[in-house]
Design a protein around this ligand. Structure first.
Ligand code: NAD
Ligand code: ZN
Length: 345
């Protein structure tokens, strides 16, 4: 596979094997990941000239301030065009490090080592990097391919259960967008997956990263098919912003809204609708909410940067693991399904 889509899925860090000669290697990580993995990681790399930079965990670190501080650290530590950045952490570390690597001296080499389920199945693949500007998510960013992506599956075992389930919501999304058999796999293997059995984790991460690679290869800059990856995201955006839901949980509730809308419009039947809700329930992933005003959710959707020409783009299911992107749904209909999903609380 060509540059940027090379993914290694392994049981530890031992095969990371950095072959090129770099004058300096900077690991960017966050406090939690540092505490758990940095010693082992540095020992395994066994290179001279390794330095690391630690950010606070959480979305707030995807800011201009942290970007600037990390940039200064790079300059003060003599990073050059022949240096390498390794992102060791979840999607926050990955998005920030990717943006630093893509802009430092017009771009230096980058390796992603994602350590959350969400970052392994989603954010580390596809080249999107970025930081936030206040409340505006990912508005500053770039498309930038890493040299490769190296995943140590066993890092998933230290995630807290909400982080794991949040990532699993994106895993379910892949089944819903293009692999109906995978949906059955997720139903059948629920216990093993929740017990973090190694074979299942490998299977899931492999399956999802392959699907994402396939899609982004066809449409790197998201002008067409890549949009289907946004299933549940447009509805979910408001919940994430207003309700403090994690990204994955907001996407699960948003996917419920999309399925409810499709079911009401007759695009999918009741059996499929029920099956999809059941899978979230089986894993204990939320599919409803209270306390947030439905009209406020719609407001956030209208401001979503993925809208084209002021119309709200929605990804809606049209059959078993089949979808369509539409922009002609009446706002009243959207508000109605948001209310319905809320009233199920
Ligand atoms: N670039 C893309 O295409 C893309 C796609 C989806 C999401 N994202 C971005 O990804 C970010 C979310 O990523 P995330 O869910 O990985 O969040 P995160 O990076 O904040 O990680 C979640 C938490 O888990 C901790 N953590 C990480 N690895 C751990 C491990 N192995 N063991 C224990 N704790 C660990 C982190 O310290 C953090 O507290 C968002 O900023 C989102 O915008 C980007
Ligand atoms: Zn997502």
């Amino acid at each position: 596979m060509e540059n940027g889509y090379k993914v290694y899925i392994k049981k530890d860090f031992s095969e990371i094997g950095i072959k090129k000669d770099y004058d300096k290697v900077l690991i960017i990580t966050d406090e939690n990941v540092k505490r758990l993995y940095i010693d082992d990681f540095i020992r395994t790399l066994d290179l001279k000239n390794i330095i690391y930079y630690t950010i606070n965990p959480g979305e707030n670190s995807k800011s201009i301030k942290v970007y600037e501080e990390a940039f200064k650290f790079c300059i003060e530590n003599g990073m050059s065009r022949k240096s390498l950045i390794i992102a060791l952490g979840g999607g926050v570390v990955g998005d920030l490090s990717g943006f630093i690597a893509s802009t430092y001296m017009r771009g230096i080499d980058l390796i992603h080592c994602p350590t959350t389920l969400l970052s392994q199945v989603d954010s580390s693949i596809g080249g999107k990097t970025g930081i936030n500007l206040g409340n505006y998510k990912n508005v500053i960013g770039s498309f930038y391919r890493p040299e490769y992506i190296y995943m140590n599956i066993n890092t998933l075992k230290t995630l807290n259960s909400n982080e794991f389930l949040s990532g699993l919501s994106e895993v379910i999304k892949y089944a819903l967008i293009c692999d109906y058999k995978f949906l059955d796999y997720l139903l059948k293997n629920r216990n093993k997956i929740l017990n973090l059995e190694y074979e299942c984790l490998i299977y899931i991460v492999q399956k999802c990263s392959n699907i994402k690679i396939d899609i982004v290869k066809k449409d790197e800059k998201e002008s067409g098919i890549r949009k289907i990856l946004n299933l549940g995201h447009t509805f979910g955006h408001g919940l994430e912003k207003l309700g403090g839901f994690s990204h994955g949980f907001a996407v699960a509730i948003g996917t419920h809204m999309a399925f409810r809308l499709s079911y009401k419009k007759g695009y999918i039947d009741k059996a499929y609708y029920d099956k999809v809700l059941n899978i979230y329930k089986a894993y204990g992933i939320p599919i409803t909410f209270d306390d947030i005003n439905s009209a406020d959710i719609l407001d956030v959707m209208k401001k979503d940067k993925k809208n084209s020409f002021l119309k709200i783009n929605l990804v809606l299911p049209t059959g078993h693991s089949a979808l369509d992107v539409v922009d002609n749904i009446d706002e009243k209909e959207m508000l109605y399904v948001i209310e319905e999903v809320k009233n199920e609380f």
